[in-house]
Design a protein around this ligand. Sequence first.
Ligand code: UD1
Length: 480
Amino acid sequence: MKLVPKSRSVSSANGAGALQELKKPAARSRTIRVDFKDVVEPRESFMDKFVIRGGNPLVGSIRVSGAKNAALPAMAAAILTDEPVTLENIPDVRDIQTERNLLVSMGAEVELGYGRAHHRTTICCNNLVNPEAAYELVKTMRASTLVLGPLVARMGRARVSQPGGCAIGARPIDLHIKGLETLGAKITQEHGYIEASADRLRGGHIVFDKITVTGTEDLMMAATLAEGETVMENCAREPEVSDLAALLNKMGARVEGAGTSTIRIQGVGKLHGARHRIIPDRIEAGTFVIAGALTCGDLTVANCEPNHLGALLQKLEECGVQLQTSGDSVRVTGNGQLFASDVSTEEYPGFPTDMQAQYMALATQAEGTSTITENIFENRFMHAQELVRMGASIRVEGSRAVVRGKTSLSSAAVQCSDLRASASLVIAALMADGETILDRVYHIDRGYERIEEKLRSVGAQIKRIGEMLPKRAAAPVSVA
Ligand code: UD1
C-alpha cells in the first residue's frame, strides 16, 4: 500500500469552523490522505496463512481494539454532513479499509492519523460527487449498504449494489428498503443495484418485521435529516446502535431511545461535524476471553467494556470459567475444568451470534454435551466441519449443533470460511496438539486487528506466512 503524506486539504465554506478544530490534532501528529487508487488492495493478505502451535497458556494482558461494527456505521454517518467528522479508536482491519475506499470512491476526503494517532480517521463529505456503492466493494463487505440511508437523506439519491448471498446466509436488505420507502424514498431495483431517490425524506412510523442491526442504523441515520418525527419500533438494541446515536447527537441530530426497542428521531435541517471515540469491540474481547479460558492461562483482556459482554460472561461462568471483571477489563483464568452448557443465539442483550463459533470451540473441551442453536443466520456452522477435522465430536442438525466434549484436538490443515468461524479455528489451534495451518486468513483480517501479534504478545505460538511458492517455478518465456 502506498499512501501519500499530505497536509490537510479539507475545504468547505460551511466546514470552516470544524476545520479550525481539526487543525489542532494535526499539529501534534501528522495525517495521511487516503487516495482511492492507492488503497484498492490495502493489504496483500489474500493468500496468507497462520501457523499455530498449540499448548501454550495465554498469560498477560491483551488490548482490545475499537469495535468494527460501531466504526462502520460511524464512518457512514459522515455522509450526513459537509463538515469533517473525526473518529477515534477506529480498528485497523480490512472492513474499515474497504469502507474508506467506498467513501473515497464517492468523493469524500479521508485522512488517517499515523504514529500515535494511528487509530484516528477524519472524513469530510463536502464534495460527494458519486453517490454510488459499486458491486466490487459491496460484495466484499455487506455493511457497505449502510451508506444507502445517509446518501438518500443528504444527497437525495443513492445507487447501491445489492449484496447477494454470503457464507453465513442470504442476508437480504428488504427491511432497509421498506423503511426508506416509509420515509418517502422512491426505490427501484435493476441490474443488481438499488436506486433510491427523494427530494427530502419525511418522518414516518417504521416497525421492523425482524430485528436488524444495520437496518436500524441505516434508517436511524436517514431519519436524522428527514422532515418531522420518525418512530422506529422493534429496533436492534446492540451497543453499536447506541454508539451511533451518540455520534449523531454530537452532530446535531435529535435521537432518543437508542439501546431500547423504540427509537424516536426528530429530523433536523442540517448536521455538523463532530469528534467521537468508538466503543471497544465486544466480539474481539469475547474471543480473547474464550482463548484465555481454553488455554488454561491467566489473561487480562484490557480496554474492553464488560457491560457489553453480559450474556457471554454469564454463560462462561456457567461453564466453570473463572472471571474477574473491573471497569474496563476482564481477567480470565482457566484450570481445564469446563462443563457443557446449551446456548441459543439471540439479538442483544442475548448471546451474540458473532460469538457462537468461538463458543463451539470451548464446548469441545467441556465435560458433557452442549447444544448450540443458531437463531440469527441460517448457515453459520461452517466452522463445525473444520473443528471435526481437528478431532471434535459435533453433529449439525439444521439450526442446531450438538457438541460432545471433551475431545482432544489435534493439528490439521483447516480453512477459514468467514470472520467468526476463523476466530473459532484460531482458538481451537491454540489448544490443539501440534502445528495447525489455517488457510484463508483474509477472513480474520476483516475484523481482527493483527490478531497474531496480539496473541503472540501473551505467549501464543502463532505466525503469519505468505503463500508458499511452488517447488519449481515455470521456466521464463524467452522473447526473440
Ligand atoms: C450485524 C453485524 C454482524 C452480526 C449481525 C447480527 C454489522 C456490520 N454486522 O449484521 O456482525 O452478525 O448484525 O448480530 O454490524 N434481515 C432481513 N432483512 C433485512 C435485514 C436483515 O431479513 O433487511 C435478517 C438477516 O438475514 C438475519 C437477521 O435479519 O437473519 C439479522 O441480520 P442483521 O441484524 O441485519 O445483520 P447485519 O446488520 O447484516
